[in-house]
Structure formats: C-alpha cells, structure tokens
Design a protein around this ligand. Structure first.
Ligand code: SF4
Length: 679
C-alpha cells in the first residue's frame, strides 16, 4: 500500500483544523505490513475530536496490532470542508496512521456509538471508493464490519454492513481475523466472498445480515430466517468474562489537537445492574465485571507516566458503584501522583448519569486530577469530597432524569427529592456555583405534572443554593426520550415532535421568570430521527441511503441536522413515521432486532415493562437476589466485583433505597460536543 500523504498535505491549508488528518499521536503504533497479515481499518464515523478518545476503538487497535497475523490503522469521518477538498481532487478516504487508501485494507470496521452517524458510515464507504451496498461488493473489496452499542439493532444498516460484532469485541476480532486471513491467503477467488461471510456467521457474536431472509407483514416484521442450516437463528452477544485479562488500552493515544475527554481514561468496570429502564447501555452490557483495583492503579500510574496527562478519568457506566471506589481513589491519591477531582458524563444511556467536577492542585500548583464519572451523592458527600480537597469548583452535574417521584419510579431511577437537595446543598456549601441537572421528557406515562416537575426541581435546587450564594445557577438540560431496543421500554411508542415541543414549551414558560434557572433542551426533531435510525427494520436502510445521497451527513451536529431530509426519505420509500416510531408495539410483535440477543430474556424485559407501569422498583442485582434476566446465566459468567459488600452508601438491597435515602449517580460535565439542536 502506498501513502497518499503527498496528495493530502496540500489540502491541509485549505481546511479548518488540519490536525484532524495528520495522525502522529503519541501511542499510535501499527504492526508491520506483510502478506500474511489481515489489514483492519478501524473507523469512527464522526469528527476526529469526537472519535479519537473512543476507548472501544483504541482497545481493538492495540489488540489487533499485537497480533502476528493482523495490523490495524484508524480513520475518522473527514469534516465537510476536507471532504469537499478530497472529492474535488480525487483523494479517497485514508488511514490516519500511514495515510494509505481505505479500500486497500482487508476490512473496514466502524464503531457505532450513536445512530445519527449512520449516514456518515455510507459517506465514508463512498469516499473510500467502496460500494455502499454490501450486495454490490466483489471479492476485491474490503469486508465492511461494525461494532458498538448501536449494533444491538443492526437492521437499519443491514444493507451496507457485511458483518456486525455484537457485544464485547476483544475476543471476536481475533476470530474474525483468522477467518479473513484464510480468505485472503486463498486468493479471494470469485464466489469466495459469500463463503467467507458464511464462515463469519458461524463465529459466536457475529451477525451477517446477508445470511438472513426478512419477511414483512405491513409495517411489521413477520419473520427473520437464516438462509443456511449452519447459520444461527439468533445471534448471542459476546461477553468477556474477565476484564483483568484485557488491560487495554496500554498505550492510550495522546492527540495533537483538542478533543473531547482529553485525559487519561481507565475503564474500571464494564456493565451496570442498577436497572434504569430507559438505559440501553446498562441493559446490554450486563453483567458487571470489575477490573482489580491493583490493575487500575497500575494502569493509572503507567498511563500518567507515559502520556503526561494531568487528569485521569476512572470510567464505567456508574463509577461510584465500583467496589471500594474510595479506597481506590485514596490509593491513587496517596501515591503522591495525583490529587482528586471530577469527571464528565460517561453514562451512555439516553442522557448522562450526572456528575461531579473539579480538580485539585498538588502542593498548590499543577497537580493531577482524578475524574470520577457517575459518582453517587453519598460517596461524594462523605467520602470522596473529603479527598477532593482544594478543588477547582467548576460545574457539577446530577441526573435525576425525571421531575417527579412517580416518574422516577416508572424509569427505576429511584432518587428521592430530599436526596437531590442534600447533594445540591452539599455542593453549594462547598463552594460550587453551578449545578446541571439532566432530564428526559417523553417518558412512558409522563403527564404534564411530571414534565413541570422538572422546572420545580430546578427551582428548588436554586432555592437551596441561595442559602449559600446569590450567584448560584441551576441548568436543567432536557433530552427527548427514544425507547431503545433491548430495553424494557422497547415496546413503547415515542412521543411526536409536536408533543415533545409542547412539553419543552411548558418548561420554557415555567422557567422563564425563575432567576437562576437555565433551561436547555435537545431538538425534538433530532429525537425523531434518532428514533427512526435506532428502532427501524431493514427497510430503514433505503431511508438512510436517501438522506445521505441528499447531503445529510453529520446529523449528530446541530448545524448539519435536517429533519426534512428524513421525513421526505420516509415518504419516498412509502414508510410511515408513525408506524416506525410512534406506534406502541404489542408483546406478540416480532421486533426488528429479535434475532439479535443482548442476553436478556424477553420475559424479563416484558415483566420489567409491566413493573414500570405498576411503579414497581427493581433493585440492583449485584446485591440482591438474581432476577434471572439472562445476562449471567446465559453466558456462564457472574458479576465480578472486588468485594462481597455493597459499596459505601449502598446497602443490601438498597442500592437505590426507597426508604432510607439511597443514592444519586452523579457525573461531571466537561462535554464539549455540540449535540444536534440543543436549545
Ligand atoms: S442474571 Fe441475575 S444477577 Fe445476572 S444481571 Fe441478570 S438479574 Fe442480575
């Protein structure tokens, strides 16, 4: 493969942020090329500054480059100015590591972390000179793969992606490599592409859409049937049992330009069992698997020493639930390397989990901060806050998610108002001036009283803060709810744009004259497009392609999002927005993603949906008896935690206690991403 750099370099003076296309990050290292190696191009289909920090991509990048039979490079979606330059001069999509053409790799694999990037996937393939439709690719073309949370409903991209890896990728990429290597060494003869796809379909956790026939009955899916007897009827996700066996990334990339989450990130556990019913990430990543504390400390020490970062984030979906979190932080702090501070939203559900922000100066100058996404308020107030010490008190974020106790019972986010006020009081009394609260609107059974409860909660938090300072502000950030596949709410019909807009209007009216309350909201139109892309069946592919062909890229970005493109594409293909997004679904309906399993029994999900309607809580199964959701039993793994005791502040069966206060997950907001249409 030859480098395109001589053709890329002259373009850089003509685009914003040329550093997006240079590579050369500390930590980038590609295995030597050779005929026996399978060449992977790992693509994050969004801008460099969003994709570079992605841990999933960095983990696979290292794992593949450590193998003797593979190499891996990276690419990110070129921003629109660079794309225009590339198309104008016939420069194809290239890798960042060696600037080689994407089409010369054996595999192009996308990380799918958000559905509104789907049109960027098509754009990247087209820029690579690869046919966007899988059926039109020949033996000389790369295989196109995808992984990430969005693949738990792979159908909207089924026409474009050759294979999906469902669940954890650490082990599966090795098996895919071996399969593709044989195909490559065999000369990729005519007809061999179909054979290698069939072999890939036999790898546990790998879904090959071309191996399945889909039959429709009106707006519903009537059947999804394997085309061959050796292709599984249902693809079960991959789950790595022992996170300690995968201490990656060992060499986190250090970008040469500003990116989001620009700090050392160390994953302390995977999975979440708090049971928030709206949260797809929490549902599909069960069970909990903790990394041993000693390994966490080692990764932190090694990473800080190598990168020169002055901040480390201990990442997970709910970091305060890490057993012995305080001891781990204390251990890190006591090494003398770091003080303590706060992190950014890492809860990857519909909205972030909440947060706690700050950083400490060691010895009065230039220390290192620890970010702790998803702290619980109890941990904050009585333990970790004490360690934070001299803190730079920036923003502090909590995620009650709903404005009333009734609504929070429905979604199983069992935060009492008094707990929230206690957390806010604690923060304001320690000098914080700004608090951010995350909410969802459009949740199942939501009434106007529930919606207005958001404004009331924010108003009361300001009142609490006023006891300490007249300058405190509370920002209520409201996102529209999308009922995601593989969650208990998957049968629920999403609110219309008009209804979400009306609810936002209620909140605007209610907060207009409230001094100290700021309201921000996610564009309801973007919520609709997210619903289409995340809940659709295979027919949604034509819509995604139409949106892309009409220029709809970077739909995650408010300046590029265009709902009219989505609506006209739906109409052009005879599909009803109502049927796909707003319709409540019956239990008997075959859901478009039914042949892909996150390990959760449908009985469990349906029962939890009924419990939601009955306001019945489900406690954290790490500390309570198993509900037999299927995530452990089906995969022969169990929750792996470092302690037999619940974390500080939790108690047996009261991780989210209904009666004794419970806990509030909190995160820190340092997100610099521009989400579509935030008002
Ligand atoms: S199988 Fe039981 S213990 Fe495991 S995640 Fe599901 S409910 Fe929890």
């Amino acid at each position: 493969m030859t480098s395109l750099w001589p053709r890329i370099e002259p373009l850089l003076a003509r685009v914003q942020r040329p550093a997006r296309y240079i590579g050369c990050e500390e930590g980038s290292r590609v295995a030597p090329d050779g005929p026996n190696r399978v060449r992977w191009l790992l693509v994050y289909p969004d801008a460099y500054e969003i994709g570079l920090p992605n841990q999933g991509l960095q983990i696979l990048y290292e794992i593949l480059n450590e193998r003797l039979d593979a190499l891996a490079e990276r690419s990110y979606a070129p921003w629109v100015d660079m794309e225009a330059q590339m198309r104008g001069r016939g420069v194809p999509l290239f890798s960042l590591d060696t600037h080689r053409p994407a089409a010369e790799f054996d595999l192009i694999a996308f990380n799918l972390s958000a559905e509104l990037v789907y049109t960027n996937v098509l754009n990247c393939l087209d820029l690579a000179g690869v046919a966007v439709r899988a059926a039109e690719r020949g033996p000389a073309d790369p295989l196109v793969g995808a992984g990430g949370h969005c693949t738990f409903n792979p159908e909207p991209l089924a026409d474009f992606v050759d294979f999906f890896v469902i669940g954890d990728g650490e082990e599966a990429v090795g098996e895919v490599t071996e399969c593709v290597r044989e195909w490559k060494l065999g000369g990729r003869t005519p007809g061999s592409r179909e054979r290698v796809l069939r072999e890939l379909a036999g790898i546990p956790g790998v879904y090959v859409p071309a191996m399945y026939e889909v039959v429709y009955d009106g707006c519903q899916v009537a059947a999804v049937t394997p085309r061959y007897a050796d292709v599984p009827e249902r693809v079960e996700k991959r789950t790595i049992a022992d996170l300690a066996a995968w201490p990656y990334p060992k060499r986190q990339l250090v970008p040469v330009t500003e990116v989001v989450h620009d700090r050392l990130n160390v994953e302390i556990f995977r999975g979440c069992t708090r049971g928030c019913r709206f949260c797809q990430a929490g549902m599909v990543t069960r069970p909990v698997r903790e990394r041993p504390a000693a390994q966490v400390r080692q990764m932190v020490a090694d990473g800080l020493g190598r990168t020169g970062y002055d901040e480390v984030s201990l990442t997970s979906l709910s970091s305060a639930d890490y057993s012995g979190i305080e001891g781990t932080v204390a251990g890190i702090v006591s090494t003398g390397a770091v003080g303590a501070g706060i992190g950014d939203p890492m809860c990857t559900g519909q909205s972030v989990g909440g947060g706690l922000a700050g950083s400490s100066a060691r010895g009065g100058g230039g220390g290192v901060a620890v970010s702790l996404p998803s702290l619980r308020v109890d941990a904050f107030t009585v333990g970790l806050a004490a360690q934070i010490g001299q803190v730079r008190r920036t923003g502090l974020t909590f995620a009650p998610e709903a404005g009333t106790w009734r609504m929070r019972q429905v979604i199983n986010k069992l935060i009492r108002e008094e707990d929230l006020y206690g957390a806010v009081e604690s923060a304001f009394s320690q000098g914080w001036q700004r608090v951010k609260l995350y909410f969802l609107t459009g949740l199942p059974t939501e009434t106007d009283e529930d919606t207005l409860g958001i404004a009331e909660l924010a108003r009361r938090c300001v009142a609490v803060g006023r006891r300490h300072s007249n300058r405190v502000t509370v920002t209520a950030s409201v996102g529209g709810f999308v009922p995601k596949p593989q969650t208990p709410f998957q049968w629920f019909g999403q609110d219309t744009v008009a209804e979400l807009g009306r609810k936002v209007g209620l909140l605007r009216d209610a907060t207009r004259r409230e001094r100290g309350v700021n309201l921000r909201w996610h564009d309801p139109a973007a919520t609709l497009a997210e619903g289409l892309a995340s809940r659709g069946d295979r027919r949604m592919g034509a819509v995604i392609e139409e949106v892309w062909r009409r220029g709809g890229t970077f739909q995650e970005w408010s300046e590029h999002f265009n709902l009219a493109l989505w609506e006209s594409a739906m109409a052009a293909h005879g599909l009803s927005v109502d049927d796909y997004v707003h319709r409540h679904r019956e239990r008997s309906e075959l859901l478009p993603w039914s042949h892909v399993s996150a390990g959760l029994h449908e009985d469990f999900l349906w029962g939890d949906w009924q419990d939601a309607l009955a306001l019945a809580p489900v406690e954290d199964c790490r500390w309570t008896p198993c509900y037999d959701c299927g995530a452990c039993t089906g995969y022969g793994v169990e929750h792996v935690v470092g302690s037999a005791l619940p974390p500080a502040g939790g108690s047996q069966g009261t991780g989210q206690d209904l009666t004794s206060g419970g806990s509030i997950p909190v995160n820190v907001s340092l997100t610099s991403r521009v989400r579509a249409g935030v008002g």
